[in-house]
Design a protein around this ligand. Sequence first.
Ligand code: SF4
Length: 202
Amino acid sequence: MINKTSAEGPGRRTALWVQGCSIRCRGCINPHLFSVSGGSLTSPAIVIESALAAGDEGLTLLGGEPLDQVEAVTNLARLAQDAGLGVICFTGYTMETIVASLPGKDLLRYVDLLIDGPYLAGAAEAERALVGSTNQRFIHLTDRYADYEPERTADQVELRILPTGEVSMAGFVTTQRLAELASALGARRSLKSSEHSSPRPI
Ligand code: SF4
């Protein structure tokens, strides 16, 4: 899934939620992205063209698990940086694991900010925005977003009401606030987080 967003990093961004996650953290808010079935195929070139045409600051990769599709995601990140876009990548792997044993090392060459680590249900993050548990780290691989590590007060959530009537969400929101929003919208079915909500993983 691809959306424009201002809730997944600095500036207006193209956000891409990859389909499929082999890590499957307990309590992940995006279990509908666990299976490799689903989603839609998109050309990296089209993603970049769209981001440039919209004047986006950058690209944010979320999941699902981007490292589970490392070749395609590396290609996309490379094209993004070549086009002058900043790249943020969430992953459930730690940086150390990626460097030691995964083919994701090449991806790191094209990422400005890596937000790493699995979601740990028993270690809820209370101070930093964008991450759901305290183990998850902001690792600045370039200077582009060197000062970016937002506080929880900077959390934002975006709601989209689709032509089908379905409401989808991007950003980060507490479970309580999500219930309030659903109630205010008169949701007849539970809000489907197609993205990143609280406690936020990737
Ligand atoms: S938090 Fe991230 S790594 Fe963990 S199961 Fe969810 S999508 Fe996968």
